[in-house]
Ligand binder design. Structure first.
Ligand code: SF4
Length: 332
């Protein structure tokens, strides 16, 4: 099949002081198809970055499995891991923090090639570095300069060139445009889109901004407090959001055309985001959910496919729920 990544029941808990457990990711299951962009969205602290880092092997998992091209990534030995992660690269939110300020751009981009000893001939290596610079819209004149000499958008381009240095198939982009000026964001998104087409890349695009994710993702997963709460195609998430949290996120996005009157019903989330150290019983969203019912405090909702390729974890969509108990949750 066309799957490149399959994540089954991934759980990641961090041990804190005093025997406390930070439940960063709970029982998350999804897959990513070859060549698609999968968007993972949610507020900061929802676990989306931890999912990305656990896939990358930067964190050990607590439970569950990650299969990449059929290979269980947590069963590789050190040597296999080293080779394996050539296929998977990461782009970070703050390009400056992820680039060594004392290295020239040329050195920054060549470093992964050096680590993997790809080019014994240094002239060939430099040619490749310049080729990569050109692929991201920079050029040979930038090679000997230092990261601090560049704007945020250019630094992100350098970060992208570095991520491409090993010719990966899969890129995890963790909030790659959140730190950039709005005017620059679209340029970087277009660059990523073009590179994806040229190279057949697959993206996991992690972001808190649903409007940006919508533009570039084929499918989207929404996370809340360590849990995946909804997953479907980009179009169906926007036309037919089922989970009250997704509905709230969407209702907060302004309609882009100022001439269209915004008649949508707003869902305002009340209360604070609970702590992942002490999450609510039952449904994790219940303390802020306008539709919470008694059952929501007692039982965690199951992850179910309620329409074709549309998954949601919410009691409102359980078959066993009485029709009379079911509030009208659809916003237009
Ligand atoms: Fe709201 Fe209950 Fe659905 Fe949770 S399970 S989102 S509390 S209605």
């Amino acid at each position: 099949d066309g799957k490149i990544l399959q994540i089954n029941n991934l759980t990641k808990h961090f041990k804190m002081g005093k025997g406390q457990l930070l439940q960063a990711v709970n029982d998350v299951t999804f897959h990513i198809n070859k060549g698609e962009t999968f968007g993972l969205v949610g507020e900061s602290g929802c676990g989306k970055t931890t999912v990305g880092r656990t896939i990358m092997g930067l964190y050990d998992k607590t439970a569950g499995d990650v299969f990449y091209d059929g290979q269980n990534v947590h069963e590789l030995d050190d040597k296999e891991t080293f080779q394996f992660y050539r296929h998977m690269q990461m782009i970070f939110q703050d390009p400056y923090a992820s680039l060594n300020p004392r290295s020239t751009v040329k050195e920054v981009i060549a470093e992964p090639m050096e680590v993997h000893d790809l080019y014994p001939n240094k002239n060939e290596q430099l040619d490749r570095v310049i080729e990569l610079l050109e692929e991201v819209g920079l050029n040979r004149d930038h090679a000997n300069r230092y990261p601090h000499e560049f704007s945020g958008g250019q630094r992100q381009r350098i970060g992208i060139a570095r991520a491409l240095a090993l010719d990966p198939d899969f890129i995890i982009a963790d909030e790659p445009i959140s730190a950039l000026d709005v005017s620059v964001q679209a340029q970087v998104v277009n660059l990523l889109k073009n590179l994806q087409e040229e190279k057949g890349l697959t993206f996991l695009f992690i972001a808190h901004d649903l409007s940006m994710v919508k533009q570039i993702s084929d499918r989207i997963g929404v996370m809340y407090l360590g849990n995946l709460v909804e997953l479907t195609s980009s179009g169906s998430l926007y036309d037919n959001p089922l989970h009250p949290y997704t509905q709230a996120l969407l209702s907060a996005i302004p309609i882009p055309d100022p001439d269209i009157e915004d008649t949508r019903e707003r869902i305002i989330l009340e209360g604070e985001l609970p702590s992942p150290i002490n999450p609510p019983s039952g449904c994790v969203f219940r303390t802020r959910c306008p539709f919470a019912m008694d059952v929501c405090a007692r039982v965690a909702p199951k992850w179910r496919e309620v329409e074709k390729d549309h998954y949601v974890a919410c009691h409102l969509y359980e078959d066993t729920l009485n029709e009379t108990d079911r509030p009208d949750v659809h916003i237009k």
